[in-house]
Design a binder for this molecule. Structure first.
Ligand code: TEU
Ligand code: CA
Length: 598
């Protein structure tokens, strides 16, 4: 048995990741690729224009053909959908718009039959304001669940309900104050996202135990892990200090609720109470805006039993100024500096997640690539550069066919609460509506949420009804059917990139070394393991440029493993527009020269 061979307990076909630890003692998810599904927009099976579980089940063979090992489902729980499901009113059921628990079990079985795991979205920083816990909590100031949320009276000396009487000056991520006044009790409750997403009070151990019980319930149902929503915001500074006001009315509360004082304690308790004594290995990934490399080393250090990996945000915050709507040009040097620092920072301890986009970010080929003149080439290049880093890659639905940002015309085309609230607040503050819309076309989350493009039939085969969000009109050219039929498509290229991680241990486990960090056009790095070395070179421009890396000639003469252009054998490392190449060679380790000190 080869050192990287995995002891599979599930059916031979489909992806090889298995529930057990890889034979080499490394967790299975270190050689896995995750596919994120946004259920509202994936596949509609009953013509109501909204994607659903039966729709996803009808596509599992497509996912198996792509070769992914894990599916992460964005929330499918009952919800008034104020934030498209990230506002949950019942954690242990399925929203009827998505189906039933029986539909869920059928999907889980269909995925497992193909060796694909299922990771659920855990949204426990806040609930919906329609969750029974909050309805009880709100019902009276002495209700036993009052302290399950953050309730406070008005600011000292202020009259309840008046502007400025909020307990702190914190801004919500969805614009406006992070506090909502409750006429009934004359008190305020905290919501760092929408006012219909009240924050849970994790200081209260009853809250924590209720969450752990709910997690065990889903694990008992056979799921394989959790993606944890804004999990680094669950511990707040109980003193609730005001934040710095940089502009406008509200202050920045993040220093007081991001990476809070008891976060590590809670994550260790969660692991102990939910995962530690459970057979098998599960994947846990924590979404952590603002997290630093140093903090991530602690969160993902296996010895600390907190999380397997985190989603960091530095590389998706490079092209912004004061806010995400203040769009700035992206410099490749900055992108390499950030991703290189995360690679180096988690080389010895911890583990990286790798992603260009998700349901909160614009489409990667439109943002980091060139979706006009080089869509196919740049989509393949972005997959190559991302997937060959050290860490677990995440594919967001549609990446594998190169879906692009959408041509939103007016504010009426947008659905996302973050985008619509921003538009209202910005225009009310006197900003020019067209300028605001311009930024939203670039950065709105709705760019990621247009329906999946399956074929060139009406509504791209997503629904036989009226889609909840318009299908991108470019679906006639960009769709799964066309991609599957074209051996040179982005889809088949993704299959090769994903297969490389399954077949070549250097991809999953090799040491990472960034090359030519100051080059503004070429991204280049090596991976090395047990005498095998890979070189990845990628030209992020529409001009032909050299990849001026060390031992350039030797690399050019070595084995070409992957490329998005046809390459003549031995061709020099002269890269055409948006060209990427991957070379492989054996590097004979030179015997250590006795002189060396280190
Ligand atoms: O996102 C948290 C988060 O950081 C995002 O709000 C992000 O800052 C913003 O969208 C970027 O513009 C998580 C979920 O992924 C998101 O969909 C939810 O809206 C949010 O939490 C609240 O649950
Ligand atoms: Ca449906």
């Amino acid at each position: 048995m080869r050192c990287d061979e995995v002891m599979t307990t599930t059916s031979p076909h489909g992806s090889s990741a298995a529930r057990a630890t890889a034979a080499n003692g490394r967790p299975w998810w270190r050689s896995a690729v995750v596919y994120q599904i946004y259920p509202r927009s994936f596949a509609d099976s009953n013509g109501d224009g909204i994607g659903d579980l039966t729709g996803i089940t009808s596509k599992v063979d497509y996912l198996a053909e792509l070769g992914v090992d894990v599916v992460w489902l964005s929330p499918i729980y009952p919800s008034p959908q104020d934030d498209n499901g990230y506002d949950i009113s019942n954690y242990q059921e399925i929203d009827p718009v998505f189906g039933t628990l029986a539909d869920f079990d059928e999907l889980l079985a269909a995925l497992h039959d193909r060796g694909i795991k299922l990771v659920m979205d855990l949204v426990v920083n806040h609930t919906s304001d329609e969750h029974p816990w909050f309805i009880e909590s709100r019902s009276s100031t002495d209700n036993p669940k009052r302290n399950w949320y953050w309730w406070r009276g008005p600011r000292e000396g202020m009259r309840a309900g008046d502007l400025g009487a909020e307990p702190t000056n914190w801004q919500s991520f969805f614009s406006g104050s992070a506090w909502e006044f409750d006429e009934e009790s004359r008190e305020y409750y905290l919501h760092i996202f929408s006012r219909r997403q009240p924050d849970l009070n994790w200081e209260n151990s009853e809250v924590r135990q209720a969450v752990y019980a709910m997690m065990r319930w889903w694990l008992d149902r056979g799921i394989d892990g959790f993606r944890m929503d804004v999990i680094n915001m669950i511990s707040k500074d109980p003193a609730l200090p005001d934040g710095l006001v940089r502009s406008g009315l509200w202050g920045d509360g993040t220093p007081f609720f991001v990476g809070g004082p008891r976060l590590h304690e809670y994550l260790q308790e969660m692991h102990r109470e939910v995962l530690a004594d459970r057979d098998g290995q599960f994947l846990t990934v924590g979404e952590m805006p603002f997290v630093t490399v140093e903090q991530a080393r602690l969160f993902t250090d296996p010895a600390r039993a907190e999380l397997d990996m985190v989603f960091q945000f530095e590389h998706v915050w490079l092209d912004r100024g004061a806010s995400k709507w203040d769009v700035q040009p992206l410099r490749l040097r900055d992108l390499k500096a950030t991703l290189g620092r995360w690679q180096a920072g988690l080389a010895e301890v911890g583990w990286n997640s790798l992603y260009w986009n998700n349901h909160d970010q614009p489409r990667s080929v439109s943002r980091f690539g060139d979706d006009h003149n080089y869509r196919v080439l740049s989509a393949k290049l972005l997959a190559t550069v991302l997937h060959l880093h050290r860490g677990t890659p995440y594919v967001y639905q549609g990446d594998e066919i190169g879906m692009t940002n959408a041509p939103f015309a007016s504010i009426d085309d947008f659905d996302d609460i973050e985008s619509r609230n921003h538009y209202t607040a910005a225009v009310a503050a006197g900003e020019d509506p067209d300028t605001v819309l311009g930024a939203m076309r670039h950065m709105s989350r709705d760019n990621a949420r247009t329906p999946m493009q399956w074929d060139d039939s009406p509504n791209a085969g997503f629904t036989t009804g009226t889609p909840w969000l318009p299908v991108n009109p470019n679906y006639r050219q960009i769709n799964v059917a066309e991609a599957v039929d074209d051996p040179n498509s982005i889809f088949h290229y993704f299959r090769r990139v994903i297969a490389l991680r399954h077949t070549d241990p250097v991809v999953a486990y090799g040491d990472f070394t960034m090359l030519i960090p100051d080059d503004e056009l070429v991204y280049a790095y090596t991976r090395a393991l047990d005498g095998v070395s890979l070189l990845v070179v990628a030209n992020f421009s529409d001009t032909t440029v050299p990849a001026d890396v060390p031992e350039r000639g030797a690399w050019a003469a070595s084995q070409l493993v992957l490329a998005n252009y046809p390459v003549d054998a031995g061709a020099d490392l002269e890269l055409r527009p948006w060209e990427c190449r991957v070379y492989r060679r054996m590097v004979l380790r030179r015997p250590a020269s006795p002189a060396r000190s280190d």
